[in-house]
Design a binder for this molecule. Structure first.
Ligand code: ADP
Ligand code: MG
Length: 238
C-alpha cells in the first residue's frame, strides 16, 4: 500500500509552465530517486505529491485513488526537507510527536511511536533536548523521525543531506537505506549526488525542464543512457 501514479501532471506558475506533462509510476515499497539540474521542477513535483502545491492539470493517485483534492494532512504522505524546519522551542520528543498530537492521537500512542522512531534513529538519548543542542546530522534525523511517527504510505525526501558534510552524508545515506528496508515504505528521494542516486535507488527518474528524460534501474541508465544529458547525470565520466 503506497503505490504512486502521476498522470499527465502539469504545473504553471502564472504563464510559466514548469512541469510539462509528467507520467510516472512508483511501485509500493520502491525507492525512487529524482535527479536533474537545479530548477527542473523536482521540488515542485514533490510539493504537488504532498499537496503543498495544487496541480494545474493531471492526476495524482495513491493506490489507484485520486488524491488531487485531498488536504496534505489527509494524504498519508510525509515530506523531509533540506532545511529541517524543527520548532526551536520544542524538545526532540515534542517535535517528533507534534503531527500526531495535532491529529488527536492518544498520548500513550504518541509516546510509543516517538520512542520507537527515536530508537530506530539512535535518538533515544536526545529526546529531551532542543534543536539548538543538536548537531546538523542529529537534527536531520529528528526531521526523519517526525516523518516516521506518522506512519505514512509514502516518504518524500527533498535533498535531505545537502546541508551535511561529506562524512555525515555517507552515514545518513546508509541510515536511510536501512530505514527503507525496515519500514518497507515507498520513498521518493531528490538528490544532486550521483552516488546517492546509484546506491539508494530501485528506480531513477531523470528530469529536465519539467519533463521526464529517462526512467530506469540505476545500472540500466548508467550503462545505457538515452542521451548525453542523461549520461551527464548518471554515467561514467567521459
Ligand atoms: P528544483 O527543485 O528542481 O530545483 P523547483 O521545483 O524548485 O526546481 O523549481 C522549478 C521551476 O519553478 C523553477 O524555474 C522555479 O523558479 C519555479 N518556481 C518554483 N516555485 C515557484 C513559485 N512558487 N512561483 C513561481 N515560480 C516558481
Ligand atoms: Mg529543489
Amino acid at each position: 500500500m503506497g503505490a504512486l501514479t502521476l498522470t499527465q501532471v502539469t504545473k504553471a506558475f502564472g504563464t510559466t509552465q514548469v512541469i510539462k506533462g509528467v507520467d510516472l509510476q512508483v511501485e509500493d515499497g520502491e525507492f525512487c530517486v529524482f535527479v536533474g539540474p537545479s530548477g527542473c521542477g523536482k521540488s515542485t513535483l514533490l510539493r504537488m505529491i504532498a499537496g503543498l502545491e495544487d496541480v494545474s492539470s493531471g492526476d495524482v493517485a495513491i493506490d489507484g485513488v485520486r488524491i488531487n483534492d485531498l488536504a496534505p494532512a489527509k494524504r498519508e504522505i510525509a515530506m523531509v526537507f533540506q532545511s529541517y524546519a524543527l520548532y526551536p522551542h520544542l524538545t526532540v520528543r515534542d517535535n517528533m510527536g507534534l503531527a500526531l498530537k495535532q491529529a488527536g492521537t492518544p498520548r500513550a500512542q504518541i509516546l510509543q511511536a516517538t520512542e520507537k522512531a527515536a530508537e530506530m534513529l539512535a535518538l533515544a538519548h536526545l529526546l529531551e533536548r532542543r534543536p539548538a543542542e543538536l548537531s546538523g546530522g542529529q537534527r536531520q534525523r529528528v526531521a526523519i523521525g517526525r516523518a516516521i511517527v506518522r506512519r505514512p504510505k509514502l516518504f518524500l525526501f527533498d535533498e535531505p543531506l545537502s546541508n551535511l558534510d561529506a562524512a555525515l552524508r555517507v552515514k545518513t545515506r546508509i541510515e536511510i537505506a536501512t530505514l527503507h528496508r525496515e519500514l518497507g515504505a515507498t520513498m521518493i528521494y531528490v538528490t544532486h549526488d550521483q552516488v546517492e542516486a546509484m546506491t539508494l535507488a530501485d528506480k531513477i527518474v531523470v528530469l529536465r525542464g519539467g519533463v521526464v528524460e529517462q526512467v530506469g534501474r540505476p545500472m540500466d541508465i548508467y550503462n545505457d543512457p538515452d542521451n548525453t544529458f542523461v549520461a551527464g547525470f548518471i554515467g561514467s565520466p567521459q
